[in-house]
Every structure is written in structure tokens, then in C-alpha cells.
Design a protein around this ligand. Structure first.
Ligand SMILES: C=CC1=C(C)c2cc3[nH]c(cc4nc(cc5[nH]c(cc1n2)c(C)c5CCC(=O)O)C(CCC(=O)O)=C4C)c(C)c3C=C
Ligand SMILES: [Fe+2]
Ligand SMILES: [Fe+2]
Length: 329
């Protein structure tokens, strides 16, 4: 069939190493942590620290963490992102829309720059909607995707029409989908009692970046409020936390570990936790939040810890993303 509209949707996620080994993690971390959007310090000094102190030590430690969540098909982040892309493709096909769905990663493979340029230069798509799979905008994630998009366009004489969806933190369908996944969980496990709490855990970042104008923390609070409103629970039944701190600098607070320790100390018995800032389950949700943080809460006296999965390739996720991108097709 001839594709008349030549429109493509490109889903972008963060990316993973090619294997859960120190040899594979090292180049991935080098690419990721050399991104000036991610680590904003003196580049000459940072390059030294990265090569001499971070990469040799963090690569084997990260590899072990990746190994604990790795699937037979590969990294969960990539496997589930691909499944989401395939289901989105099917949804467009079924309604007869001539839209191609592709996916790429900001770091590692499939490489964002290559995929974007192939879509236009090899496959002839002249309208490309790019959706970074981060509900909340951050310069460390979304702007970094935009940087590569700009670099790809800089290599083109004839550029496609393109659109970057900056964020969807306050999209009502997003809040409804997250709330629906929590409610579905409560249907099977029972609602929260007086001594129980819902924890919404978001990826952290240096506080300095937000002080300098990154709207991420504001968007996180707005998303959390919309999810709480959608659930119809009292504000004190839910707590926000920031996970995945890296380095010595102050990051956005409250941090997840002390937050869980505090809840346990205050006599909270059950915690239901999910990560609304992640579209797709990955190392940071499956290992850090579902596994490591569980040990923290239970070892401090908590009785029950329930990790609720990301939207991943659920029908709600497909519908949400289809509606997000359809406005730009
Ligand atoms: C060094 C600073 C980091 C900032 C700032 C940061 C922001 C940030 N990251 C995500 C989403 C993801 N991060 C993931 C892994 C990961 N993140 C950092 C560091 C920073 N992230 C590192 C070093 C790593 C790699 C693993 C490790 O060694 O700890 C992932 C998962 C990747 C996977 O393969 O599963 C995601 C997703 C967001 C949303 C964000 C800012 C808002
Ligand atoms: Fe837009
Ligand atoms: Fe991260």
C-alpha cells in the first residue's frame, strides 16, 4: 500500500546498556554521564572524575543491578518500549491510519539520531512526531532529546516537518490512566487502611537545576496532585518521594529511602508505591523501587510493600499515547 501521508511517530526513551555486563555498561554510562544536560559541572574536571573514579567502579556495580532485572529478550526498558511501539502501530493500523510507529533511545541502541534520519532520508517520512516518553519535562531528559533532534536536523539539507511533544504532565488522560492502574490494584489487594500510604516516587535530579529554572519539580507536584484528585483520596494518604540520587550534591527532596524509613517509624504498615514519572519499567523502578526500597521499608518495621507497575504497554498507555500524538498528525 502506498503511504500517502508519510507520517511517523517516534517514541524516545532513555536507553540501556546492550548487556548486563561491566564491559557493556561502561560505554553506556560514558555516553550518558558525558551529556552536559545530565551532569552540569566543569567538563574538564568531570571528564577526569568520570574516567578515573566513576566508570571503573560504577560499571560493575550497575551491571550487577541490571543483571537482576534483565529479561531473556534484553533490558526491560527497551523490551517494553518496543512492545508499546508495536501495540501503538497495531492501533493505528486497525483504524486504517497510514502512520508508522518507530522507537529509539537517547543513549545506546537503537540510536535516536540514526533512527530519526533513517525515517526521513531512507523511508521518506516527511512529517515526524517525536514523543519523549517522559511525562514531566526536564532539561536532563527532554531537552537532551531535543538536542539530538537538533543535531540530526543540522545534518539534513531537506528537513522533515517535525513536532516535539514537550511533556504531558498535566494531561488529564495521563492522570486518569495512572489513577486507574492504582484503583485496579486496590480492587485486587483491598483499599488503603488508616495506617497505610500511597507513595508516588519520581526520578530525582540536582536541586540546583530546578533552582536555575528547570520546571521538573513543579511539573512533578502538578502531576501528583492530579493523580491524588483523580483517586479521590485525602492529601495525607499519599506522599511524594524522589529516587535514584547520584553523587554528593543535594537533589530534590524528600529522598525515597528516608521517606520510607520515616513512614515505618511513624507506624505505617502498608505502602503501595508506583513511579508515575516513568512510562516504562526499567532498572530504576524494578531494582531500586520494587526491590531495594522494599527491603528498606520492611527492615524498618513496615509490614507490607506493594510495587504497582508502570503503564508499560497496557491498553491505557496505548490509548494515552495515541491521543497525545494524534493532535499532531
Ligand atoms: C547523573 C545524574 C542523573 C540525572 C540528573 C538523571 C535524571 C533522570 N533520569 C531519568 C530516567 C532514567 N534514569 C535511568 C538510569 C540512570 N540514571 C542515572 C543518572 C541520572 N539520571 C544513571 C547513572 C543511570 C544508569 C543506571 C545506574 O548506573 O544507576 C533510567 C533507567 C535506564 C535503564 O536502562 O533501565 C531511567 C528511565 C529521569 C526521568 C531523569 C530526570 C527527570
Ligand atoms: Fe505540541
Ligand atoms: Fe536517571
Amino acid at each position: 500500500m502506498v503511504n500517502k501521508t508519510k507520517t511517523a511517530v517516534l517514541l524516545i526513551n532513555l536507553g540501556s546498556p546492550s548487556a548486563p555486563t561491566a564491559q557493556a555498561v561502561r560505554p553506556y554510562l560514558r555516553q550518558f554521564l558525558s551529556d552536559r544536560r545530565v551532569v552540569e559541572v566543569n567538563p574538564i574536571l568531570w571528564n577526569l572524575i568520570l574516567r578515573l573514579a566513576i566508570l571503573p567502579f560504577r560499571s560493575p556495580v550497575s551491571a550487577k543491578r541490571y543483571e537482576s532485572v534483565w529479561l531473556p529478550e534484553g533490558s526491560p526498558l527497551i523490551v517494553y518500549t518496543e512492545r508499546l511501539a508495536k501495540k501503538l502501530q497495531k492501533a493505528f493500523d486497525e483504524e486504517g491510519s497510514a502512520v508508522k510507529v518507530a522507537f529509539a533511545m537517547r543513549y545506546g541502541e537503537p540510536d535516536q539520531d540514526r533512527i530519526f534520519r533513517e525515517l526521513h532520508e531512507k523511508e521518506g517520512f516527511d512529517n515526524i512526531v517525536v514523543l519523549p516518553l517522559y511525562p514531566q519535562y526536564s532539561a536532563t531528559t527532554t531537552a537532551s532529546v531535543a538536542d539530538i533532534l537538533g543535531a540530526s536536523l543540522a545534518k539534513m539539507r531537506s528537513q522533515p516537518h517535525w513536532h516535539l511533544i514537550r511533556d504531558y504532565h498535566d494531561n488529564p488522560e495521563y492522570a486518569r490512566a495512572i489513577a486507574a492502574s492504582i484503583k485496579a490494584y486496590w480492587k485486587t489487594k483491598g483499599e488503603l487502611g488508616e495506617k497505610d500510604r500511597l507513595v508516588l516516587s519520581f526520578h530525582g535530579m540536582p536541586k540546583r537545576y530546578c533552582d536555575l529554572g528547570d520546571p521538573y519539580d513543579r511539573q512533578v507536584r502538578k502531576s501528583a496532585q492530579m493523580i491524588i484528585d483523580e483517586l479521590g483520596i485525602a492529601p495525607e494518604e499519599a506522599v511524594i518521594a524522589y529516587q535514584s540520587r547520584f553523587g554528593k550534591e543535594e537533589w530534590l527532596q524528600p529522598y525515597l529511602t528516608p521517606q520510607l524509613e520515616r513512614l515505618a517509624a511513624e507506624g505505617v504498615e502498608r505502602v503501595d508505591i508506583l513511579c508515575p514519572g516513568f512510562s516504562i519499567d526499567c532498572l530504576e523502578t524494578l531494582e531500586e523501587v520494587s526491590d531495594e526500597a522494599r527491603q528498606t521499608f520492611l527492615s524498618k518495621g513496615g509490614k507490607e510493600y506493594n510495587y504497582i507497575e508502570c503503564l508499560n504497554d497496557s491498553s491505557d498507555a496505548v490509548s494515552l499515547i495515541k491521543n497525545l500524538v494524534s493532535k499532531h498528525l
